[in-house]
Design a binder for this molecule. Structure first.
Ligand code: ATP
Ligand code: MG
Ligand code: FE
Length: 339
């Protein structure tokens, strides 16, 4: 069963062909980072227009790489939310057009359901239940993935962790997108040079808060500049990163133990953070748990993850029709799992 999957929720135009839900035949990602870089963040109107320009070419490339034409497809899927509405509309419209023209079943997936499913592509033996930390530009959720669906255990009460990485990077003058730049420069810094708050780490719930941590770093920088001092960017990046990662890992491990679940997983763009991956791996080992995460290219936005998430929906006949629309604030309510 070959699914053509499309994704354009933010600033990546992406198409992939996924076979039987677990094998990547192609995974084409056209990133707009260079276009948005001068503005220090994603400009929605520029994103939409670029998706329109790139979508056809990206789809053609994904089919070619998979060695298929439209006749070789069994279904088409699209992440229809959450995301930027103008951006989402491009892949939603393209998916509907392809489904209509080639008489293919149409599947709508939740973008975060996709991020979580990337773990199945990376670990074909993976099977629910597992606890997954969704850490991305717009989400910091702890979820329980069961055979029946995805259950939200907790979420951030303010900023997403990726947002905190991006804003701290901007304050440090590192540029955009900030996550990978902090990851890189932190390797040259001392993570214990400064102590930033581990917000909510000891609280007995599965929620997060990253706005206080972000503000602590920004205030620290502000005080330095008032004294006319230069910040040690590497030390600050490393200390910020350690504070964020310690909270994420501690709460993920605690949730898994409380739920009596033996596997912890990572998903979303921040899941490509090297310290987060290392720290989770160590903590899991120390607690007798298995840790899994996708390779970095499947952590940040891509279409392959959506094709993986779409497969069980196709198998269960959960199809969309031509009324499918982009839903910018689509909720991760009960979505069905991938087993
Ligand atoms: P969402 O998935 O919540 O809708 P999004 O699609 O914009 O948001 P993703 O593409 O999943 O977000 O992730 C992008 C985020 O991941 C950005 O905040 C980016 O800085 C962060 N990120 C990417 N690589 C790293 C890294 N190595 N370390 C930390 N953060 C990273
Ligand atoms: Mg992106
Ligand atoms: Fe994403």
């Amino acid at each position: 069963v070959n699914i053509l999957a499309l994704e354009s929720s933010c600033d990546e135009t992406a198409a992939a062909v996924i076979q039987n839900g677990r094998t990547i035949l192609s995974n084409v990602i056209d990133s707009q980072i260079a276009l948005h870089q001068p503005y220090g963040g994603v400009v929605p109107e520029i994103a939409s227009r670029q998706h329109v320009l790139a979508m056809e070419r990206v789809i053609a490339a994904a089919l070619q790489e998979a060695g298929l034409d439209f006749d070789g497809l069994d279904a088409v899927s699209v992440a229809y939310g959450p995301g930027l509405v103008g951006a989402l509309l491009v892949s939603v419209s393209a998916a509907k057009a392809i489904a209509f023209a080639h008489d293919l079943p149409l599947i709508g997936v939740h973008h975060i359901e996709g991020h979580i499913s990337a773990n199945y592509l990376a670990h074909p033996d993976l099977s629910a239940p597992f606890v997954c930390l969704v850490a991305s530009g717009g989400h910091s959720h702890l979820v329980k993935v069961t055979k029946g669906g995805i259950l939200t255990l907790g979420a951030t009460r303010d900023d997403a962790v990726g947002e905190a990485f991006d804003k701290v990077a901007r304050a440090l003058g590192l540029g955009y997108p900030g996550g990978p730049l902090i990851d890189k420069i932190a390797k040259e810094g001392n993570p214990d040079a400064f102590h930033f708050p581990r917000v909510m780490m000891e609280e007995d719930n599965d929620d997060f808060s990253f706005s206080g941590l972000k503000t602590a770093v920004i205030n620290f920088l502000h005080n330095l500049s008032q004294k006319g001092e230069q910040p040690d960017v590497a030390d600050l990046a490393a200390s910020f990163q350690k504070a964020a990662v310690e909270v994420l890992v501690a709460k993920t491990i605690r949730a898994a133990k409380r739920e009596g679940i033996g596997i912890v997983a990572l998903a979303g763009g921040v899941a490509s953070n090297s310290l987060l991956r290392e720290t989770l791996q160590h903590a899991a080992l120390a607690n007798g748990l298995r840790a899994v995460y996708p390779p970095p290219v499947l952590c940040t936005d891509n279409a392959a993850m959506g094709g993986c998430a779409a497969y069980p929906h196709l198998m269960r006949g959960e199809l969309m029709d031509m009324t499918l629309n982009a839903v910018p604030d689509l909720q991760l309510a009960e979505r069905l799992g991938n087993d």
